[in-house]
Design a protein around this ligand. Structure first.
Ligand code: AMP
Ligand code: MG
Length: 321
């Protein structure tokens, strides 16, 4: 059985094709590069312009034809309305044309499911840090629960905004990672963990207003925010009594974050998993795989019920699989 997944929650439109074993037959994507922060309508236009040729490229890469597709899945939310609508429209029309089931997937859960199938993780605590989202998620009593999350912006957006103000290209996360390696002095920045939740905009303001040297600031932003992420993840592990840490989201490609997460996991006797970088960032493969898992549990939907959910919560989904 073959599932095609369409991701389109924010700046990236991605097509993934997987089989029922979780093998990746194709994973292609195209990203809208914002000049001044993501403009939802412009991003959606980019997705609309590229999605059908991406589907053709993915089919070619998978060496199959449209008729081989058994299930179509799409990112139903959370995300930017115009982007979500574009991906959903493409998925609906493909599903109608091929007369195959349609599955709407929660984007955050997809980050966790792809990590589970592509690593040895079985029941992990997911540290999910991306452009728009930052959450610590784990399974409990029938749902994926959010144990802690950002109260304002996603960490990636914060890094990108700080980078933009300092003349870095988009996405700034990888540039900050390189500059941080040259930083030597830990600048005092607010450490904003509130209960199990996090906040990043105050740190960004403090960093933007600081006269410290840029490499030192990059280093300090990383050390401070990553320590916050790891602290909340560790407390979620303690609370749930789980012993696996899984990373997901573009920010978790950062080697320093991986190192800090791994040290924490090791000290607790927990296992630590990071999927391939291409599967950490937004991708169609995670949507395809989660769609397949949900389809098997009877969770396909009719087109008339396939409306997008901009504020789709991780814990809204009954995990029937
Ligand atoms: P996503 O939203 O999951 O596709 O991830 C995109 C975000 O990840 C952007 O905000 C990037 O700046 C950030 N990002 C990508 N690579 C890195 C890195 N090596 N270190 C920190 N952030 C990164
Ligand atoms: Mg994401």
């Amino acid at each position: 059985m073959i599932t095609l997944g369409i991701e389109g929650t924010a700046h990236t439109v991605g097509i993934g094709i997987v089989n029922d074993e979780g093998d990746i037959l194709a994973n292609v994507s195209s990203s809208y590069v914002p000049k001044e922060g993501i403009h939802p309508r412009e991003a959606a236009n980019h997705h609309a312009d590229t999605v059908s040729s991406l589907i053709s490229t993915a089919l070619k890469e998978a060496n199959i034809t449209k008729e081989d597709i058994d299930v179509v899945a799409f990112s139903q939310g959370p995300g930017l309305g115009p982007c979500l609508r574009t991906a959903a429209t493409a998925a609906r029309s493909l599903s109608l044309r091929l007369n195959v089931p349609l599955v709407g997937v929660n984007h955050c859960i997809a980050h966790l499911e792809i990590g589970k199938v592509r690593t040895e993780a079985v029941d992990p605590v997911l540290l999910y840090a991306s452009g728009g989202n930052t959450q610590v998620i784990a399974f409990s009593r029938g749902r994926y629960r959010v144990f802690g999350e950002t109260l304002d912006i996603g960490l990636g957006n914060m890094l990108d905004k700080f980078g933009r103000e300092n003349g870095m290209s988009f996405p700034a996360g990888p540039v900050i990672e390189q500059k941080a390696k040259k930083g030597k002095i830990l600048v005092d920045l607010p450490y904003s963990v509130k209960g199990m939740d996090l906040a990043f905009s105050g740190i960004m303001t403090a960093a933007l207003n600081s006269d410290a040297e840029l490499n030192d600031l990059c280093y300090s932003i990383q050390e401070t925010t990553f320590a916050m992420l790891v602290e909340v993840t560790e407390r979620a592990l303690a609370h749930t009594r789980k012993d696996e840490v899984l990373l997901g989201g573009g920010v978790t490609r950062n080697k320093r974050l991986q190192e800090m997460g791994e040290i924490m996991a090791e000290e607790r006797g927990s296992s630590f998993y990071v999927p391939d970088g291409e599967l950490c960032i937004d991708n169609g493969t995670m949507i395809a795989w989660t769609g397949w898992v949900m389809y098997q549990a009877g969770m396909s939907i009719k087109v008339k019920d396939s409306g997008i959910k901009q504020g789709y919560r991780t814990d809204e989904v009954d995990v029937l699989w």
